[in-house]
Design a protein around this ligand. Structure first.
Ligand code: ACO
Length: 322
């Protein structure tokens, strides 16, 4: 069977580090409150000249280097973001040019924090259907540009960054060989008012600012994520005990903890970077994956579950044999 296989991963962070104490000088909050409720201790914020595309280009180049490949080897680029450089053209095309590529398909995917999972599922499907051979899948965000810096309930939660993965095509004989084994994606527009921006090109003619009802988002996140993880395991014929690593969307430590508990998974098998990066939306899963790949936790042959939930709501999970 033809599978989409993992070739390499890379990430990039803006140069400006902002600690909880730094934020407490700006808004009425404290390091203690932020740590206790979210597990976050710091985040990176894009400065002048740093954009979603500039971070994405760095992450994608690092992923190509990790894979031992160049942009010449790539024939598809899919980029997930809720904070594109401009309304159009897509950030994917800007990144394609920035990497020195041209000609092959490049487009953006909008599923907010689940964007990377949506991009991964799309690329997996295109590879299996012969539409691409080697693809760059990128999650990149500068959420700091659409956060309301006067709303302490949301501005403390987010950070900027980018992560990228290279997927290739491989004929695999054994059922348990390498590659993406199963993916599930979901959406439910019923909950759009729990997490949204209060503007957009076609409504206000502005970008809008991020608005969220945190408590309700939390409740839905745990229920939806636990269910989609079970569904992906069932489809792939694997059990929770077989998972070597869960790489979750880094929204909040308490969501990660509650989801792992529901599956009976110990936290020492969950990759946690929310303390260092905060919530980087579509960038968070590949950023966390890259962190655990570089420090040697994730290894070739490992069974890794990727999962995310975001505005819409949208949510999804994917099981990968590295
Ligand atoms: N510093 C100090 N106090 C604060 C802050 C802050 N930054 N923000 C809110 N508070 C206060 C509130 O004003 C409130 O005060 P009050 O009791 O006097 O009215 C009190 O803290 C409690 O506020 P809640 O919003 O009820 O706090 P909660 O315990 O629900 O925690 C949080 C808020 C952390 C946002 C939580 O609801 C959460 O994690 N939700 C999940 C949302 C999330 O992670 N979204 C990310 C995007 S979606 C995704 O990626 C899945």
């Amino acid at each position: 069977m033809i599978r989409s296989v993992f070739k390499g991963v890379g990430s990039a962070l803006p140069s400006k580090l902002v600690t909880n104490d730094d934020l407490a000088k700006q808004v009425d909050t404290s390091d203690e409150w932020i740590r206790e409720r979210t597990g976050i201790s710091q985040r990176y914020i894009a400065g002048e000249g740093e954009t979603t595309s500039s971070l994405a280009i760095k992450a994608a180049q690092a992923a190509l280097d990790d894979a031992g490949m160049t942009i010449e080897d790539i024939d598809l680029l899919v980029l997930a973001t809720a904070t594109p450089d401009v309304t159009f053209p897509s950030t994917a095309t800007i990144v394609q040019k920035g990497l020195g590529g041209a000609g092959f398909a490049a487009f953006d995917v909008a599923a907010v924090c689940s964007g990377f999972l949506y991009a991964l599922g799309t690329v997996d499907s295109m590879i299996k259907n012969g539409l691409a051979t080697n693809a760059l899948v990128i999650g990149a965000e500068t959420l700091s540009r659409i956060v309301d810096w006067e709303d302490r309930a949301t501005c403390v939660l987010f950070g900027d960054g980018a992560g990228a993965m290279v997927l290739g095509t491989q004929e695999v004989d054994a059922e348990d060989g390498p590659g993406i084994l199963a993916t599930k994606l979901h959406a439910d527009g019923e909950h759009k008012d729990l997490l949204y921006t209060d503007g957009g090109p076609s409504t206000t003619g502005t970008v809008g600012l991020l608005r969220m009802k945190g408590r309700e988002v939390f409740r839905h996140a745990v229920v939806n994520l636990a269910q989609v993880l079970r569904d992906v395991l069932e489809e792939s014929g694997h059990s929770a005990e077989e998972i070597d690593w869960v790489v979750p969307h880094q929204a909040n430590f308490r969501i990660l903890d509650a989801t792992a508990r529901k599956l009976g998974l110990p936290m020492d098998r969950v990759v946690v970077t929310v303390d260092q990066h905060a919530n980087t939306s579509a960038a968070s899963v590949p950023l966390a994956f890259d962190t655990a790949w570089k420090d040697g936790r994730i290894k070739r042959g490992d069974l890794v579950m990727l999962e995310a939930m975001g505005g819409g709501f949208t949510w999804g999970a994917s099981l990968l044999r590295v």
